[in-house]
Design a binder for this molecule. Structure first.
Ligand SMILES: NC(=O)c1ccc[n+]([C@@H]2O[C@H](COP(=O)([O-])OP(=O)(O)OC[C@H]3O[C@@H](n4cnc5c(N)ncnc54)[C@H](OP(=O)(O)O)[C@@H]3O)[C@@H](O)[C@H]2O)c1
Length: 235
């Protein structure tokens, strides 16, 4: 796909990986709509050509309004985290926390189910899973379960969506606002997670966004996952 002059909707496009993707899409000449629950927080951080819209991917009425407002479109990306995430010891974990972590899956499922119809026949969708889907670490039962479900959802949905394409990127630790820690605490957190990796640092949102762009542009890639994880899977 030649991205120039294509229309792209990016859920979770107001922060981190989604925001970096919006900026690259703009550089490549796309019309870009960035959506999230509180889009105003992206003001000043995003390219001024990007249109900001409010939308919660868990709410299908909001999604339907957006999809009809912008139909037809060529590119759909969702990097929305969905809701709260539970981490820690699964056997001790609060069950409500475990269940709400699946808001990411429900959000992605909603985007696929409600967004595919008005996606161009040659269109492309990209979602984001995460390295724990295939190689977990202690305290990551929830992330593994949600990520695994997202990866299988995409592989299976690709068959029904054809010839429209759908793929995933799977990041390792990426330095985004998803992690609230600051200063030395943040450095320690990143070091702890990455010291056993072959590339001993956090990735940047732009490094993930370039993989998303590859999946959009390459018309022969479908139903697959591109790992951008600094060697997490080798550790
Ligand atoms: N950072 C990492 O290390 C890492 C690693 C593996 C996987 N991932 C995955 O990568 C994706 C992007 O993460 P990130 O690090 O870029 O996070 P981020 O910087 O926190 O950005 C998350 C974005 O999702 C939006 N969002 C959250 N819930 C939403 C909802 N219900 N409806 C619509 N928008 C929603 C947020 O905006 P609002 O708050 O305004 O809604 C924000 O724009 C996520 O799926 C995450 O699980 C990240």
């Amino acid at each position: 796909m030649n991205i120039s002059n294509k229309k792209a909707l990016v859920f979770g496009g107001t922060s981190g990986i989604g925001l970096a993707t919006c900026n690259l899409l703009i550089e490549k000449g796309a019309e870009v709509i960035a959506l999230s629950r509180e889009p105003e927080k992206a003001k000043g951080k995003h390219h001024n050509k990007i249109t900001l819209e409010k939308c919660d991917v868990r709410e299908v009425d909001q999604l339907d309004n957006i999809f009809s407002k912008y139909a037809p479109y060529d590119i759909l990306v969702s990097a929305a985290t969905g809701g709260t995430r539970a981490a820690g010891d699964f056997l001790e974990m609060d069950m409500d926390g475990f269940k709400s972590s699946f808001d990411k899956l429900w959000g992605y499922a909603n985007v696929i189910r409600h967004g595919t119809k008005n996606l161009d026949q040659n269109g492309s969708m990209v979602l984001v899973s995460g390295a724990p889907a295939r190689k977990t670490k202690p305290g990551m039962v929830t992330l593994s379960a949600v990520g695994g479900a997202v990866e299988n959802l995409v592989r299976a949905a690709a068959l029904e969506m054809s010839p429209k394409r759908i793929n995933l990127v799977s990041p390792g630790i990426i330095d985004t606002p998803m992690f609230p820690q600051e200063g030395e605490e943040r450095e320690k957190f990143i070091r702890n997670f990455t010291e056993n990796h072959s590339i001993k640092r956090a990735g940047t949102p732009e490094e993930v966004a370039t993989a998303i762009i590859f999946l959009i542009e390459n018309d022969f890639v479908n139903g697959t996952t591109v790992d951008v994880d600094g060697g997490w899977l080798l550790s």
